[in-house]
Design a protein around this ligand. Structure first.
Ligand code: D41
Length: 674
């Protein structure tokens, strides 16, 4: 039986290691539940034996009682600031100044690292234990945020190994990764609370909490980038080697850092990191270049609080101010109505931005946005520019409210907004020009009407050429007009017309799915048919009746009801039926009506009279199973033109093969004639 001390000691070791694996290495070593169990056990033991509690215990990461104010911390060694370079020329000048000062024309070795957009923080360790955390403040004195930094998972409460100096100050950046920022803001939005403008502000607001229990709940990280005071042990003579020591002692260092020779390699690094910027998990605003040799750093020294041996080469700003000139409403391919900000063009994050999405009306309300407002545009990792906030001080009497349209700006259909959903949608579905191409592509797709050869590109061409406006136009296409389309020709055109003709012979399930009603997939279409049996019954169904259908909830029911309530959609359906689309009359499936039950078919090659999916539907309707590959258990292979390996396999296994004629005969035998 181990002593309480030993058990506590062991639990702390396990938790420290798990913490390091999770937060620093991004590679969890034990399941969360196991971590929680160890953590609880340690908490219990520490509660029973308060005399054994230490500040570096993993239990201290959850936060401590709130402070009434931060006390001030004097930085023994000032925390310097960084000079900026905004151009290639600035970088050339920087390196030239260094060479002149060193009286040498030799290439200089630089350590390069991303410039994280967070807050500079100092961490002090005595005998490997974290004893103090402080903000940079003005560089000579900052605030004591020890309780807050203890809650940050990637900050070691005690150092690993045994070769660290007895006194060690590590400096670095506390920042909030983008993902965590999004989650935090989404939660704030859901609770109707104020959101943070950007990850940097969120990091600052989280770190400067008098109540460290709040900090503990925020997704902060720490990445180290320089050495402060050190006593009792020599540190390496190169910056890059110092960072390597930090990593060994349990700190997170930046995975993108590199060592290069000379200014051109620095510019290369800047360029490459710039290309990678949007893909990083965190915001950066530039690259920091540091002379790697500490001796040279010492010889270069600093002027007015900035070292001569380091510089921040900035990327183009990701936030700029501009004017909101107007708000327009766009209708997306799915009918979603999206407000779009029309802006006075502004250069942000390396591109000129004149539009920004406003997402939906809730977002406009949240931003308290008016036309004529001065706004901050932010272009972060996701590339799509956002309106981050309104500069209220600049609002004047000419600014006016944004009014949401009453009907679809493209087709004039009603707009639906479903309770609990932020988006408003046009109900014009099949009729709305904005949704036309998508509606037709969906209609022709394999699981819908299965019009072979009518792919996305051809649909685009048909709509752009004005040959197809609404779905029913498909069935009135003329050979010469179709053949005249670019890269088409008479043969392909005829194939498409044949496929269209074939598609008229369908099932009610497919037809309903093909209409592209929101949230009505293959399974829902099938449930609707099982319940209502006929199109007329479905079209006349009330919300209450729709809710009785299997797996149909209030949202789907509303989508279906709105779709059929829209007169435009009803007339398109009428026109489709008039064009000759039909399906077998509903059968009430009785026992014994499954003559092919127990048999398994495989379908391969091209059938002239129908698609493979449709052939499968017929077989399934007769009770057969349809499989994807041939085996000894296959009852028969239906082989169309250009059948390949499946045919060879069936022949070698002695599986019967039906050509199209034989297949049609089989269907006819069971009462199915095309
Ligand atoms: O990533 C950063 N934000 C960063 C900041 C970095 N990678 N290196 C830095 N190096 C320094 C010196 C060269 C002075 C040690 C810095 C900063 N300073 C810094 N952060 C805030 C002010 C200065």
């Amino acid at each position: 039986m181990p002593s309480i001390q030993d058990e506590i000691q062991q639990l702390r070791e396990q938790l420290h290691t798990a913490n390091y694996q999770y937060y620093v290495c991004d590679d969890p070593s034990i399941p969360d539940a196991e971590y929680d169990r160890l953590f609880k056990r340690l908490q219990i033991l520490e509660n029973q034996h308060p005399e054994l509690l230490t500040a570096d215990s993993p239990t201290q990461r959850v936060g401590a009682p709130a402070l009434s104010a931060f006390s001030s911390v004097q930085h023994e060694m000032p925390m310097l600031s960084l000079d900026n370079a905004f151009s290639e020329q600035d970088m050339q000048d920087f390196v030239k100044r260094i060479q002149e000062r060193l009286n040498s024309s030799a290439e200089i070795e630089f350590a390069c690292e991303p410039k994280l957009d967070g807050l500079a923080v100092s961490l002090l360790y005595r005998d490997g234990i974290l004893v103090r955390g402080a903000t940079r403040g003005d560089g000579s004195s900052g605030e004591d945020i020890t309780l807050n930094v203890r809650t940050i998972g990637s900050i070691p409460l005690r150092l690993q190994g045994d070769d660290f100096p007895p006194v060690l100050e590590v400096r670095g950046e506390v920042y909030m990764p983008r993902k965590g920022f999004e989650v935090l803001n989404q939660r704030a939005r859901d609770n109707g609370e104020k959101t943070f403008v950007n990850p940097r502000n969120a990091a600052a607001g989280s770190l400067r909490q008098l109540d460290s229990a709040i900090t503990a709940k925020r997704p902060l990280e720490f990445c180290c980038y320089s050495l402060g005071i050190v006593e009792g042990r020599e540190m390496p003579g190169k910056h890059s080697d110092i960072l390597a020591c930090f990593a060994r002692w349990g700190f997170k260092t930046n995975a993108e850092s590199a060592v290069v020779q000379g200014v051109n390699a620095c510019l290369d690094y800047y360029q490459k990191l710039g290309e990678k910027r949007d893909a990083l998990a965190y915001d950066i605003d530039g690259v920091v270049f540091k002379v790697n040799d500490i001796q040279l750093q010492k010889r270069l020294g600093f002027i007015s609080r900035a070292p001569r041996w380091a510089i921040a080469h900035k990327f183009p700003a990701q936030e700029e101010m501009t004017l909101l000139e107007d708000v327009e409403f766009q209708v997306g391919r799915t009918g979603a109505i999206t407000p779009v900000a029309r802006l006075q063009p502004v250069f942000v994050g390396g591109v000129t931005v004149s539009n920004a999405t406003l997402h939906n009306m809730d977002e406009i309300k949240r931003l308290d946005l008016k036309i004529g407002d001065t706004v901050i545009i932010r272009r972060a990792g996701d590339v799509i520019p956002q309106v981050a906030r309104v500069v209220l001080e600049k609002r004047n009497l000419l600014c006016h409210d944004i009014i949401f349209p009453a009907v679809c700006p493209v087709c004039g259909s009603q707009i639906e907004k479903i309770e609990g959903e932020a988006v408003a949608r046009c109900t014009g579905g099949l009729f709305c020009g904005a949704q036309r191409k998508e509606a037709i592509k969906h209609f022709a797709s394999r699981k819908a009407m299965d019009v072979d050869g009518l792919g996305d590109k051809i649909v685009d061409q048909l709509v752009d050429a004005g040959l197809v406006d609404t779905l029913d136009d498909l069935y009135f296409l003329e050979l010469d007009k179709l053949a005249a389309l670019e890269r088409m020709g008479v043969k392909s055109a005829q194939n498409i017309l044949d496929a269209l003709e074939n598609s008229k012979n369908t099932s009610l399930e497919r037809f309903i799915y093909a209409l592209g009603i929101r949230e009505v997939g293959v399974a829902t279409a099938s449930n609707l048919v099982n319940h209502f049996a006929s199109l007329e019954a479905l079209m006349g169904a009330s919300l209450e009746q729709l809710l009785e259908v299997d797996d149909v909830g209030p949202v789907v029911a509303e989508h279906v009801a709105h779709f059929f309530a829209e007169a435009h959609n009803r007339s398109v359906i009428e026109a489709l039926l008039a064009a000759g689309i039909h399906w077998p009359a509903p059968k009430t499936p009785a026992e014994g009506e499954q003559p092919l039950a127990g048999l398994t078919y495989v379908i391969t090659g091209t059938l002239a009279s129908m698609g493979r999916d449709q052939a499968g539907d017929y077989l399934k309707g007769l009770g057969a199973k349809v499989a994807g590959s041939v085996s000894a258990k296959t009852s028969a292979l239906v082989a169309g033109e250009k059948a390949g390996s499946k045919l060879t396999k069936a022949q070698s296994l002695g599986v019967p093969v039906l050509d199209e004629g034989a297949f049609l005969a089989l269907l006819a035998e069971h009462g199915i004639t095309l």
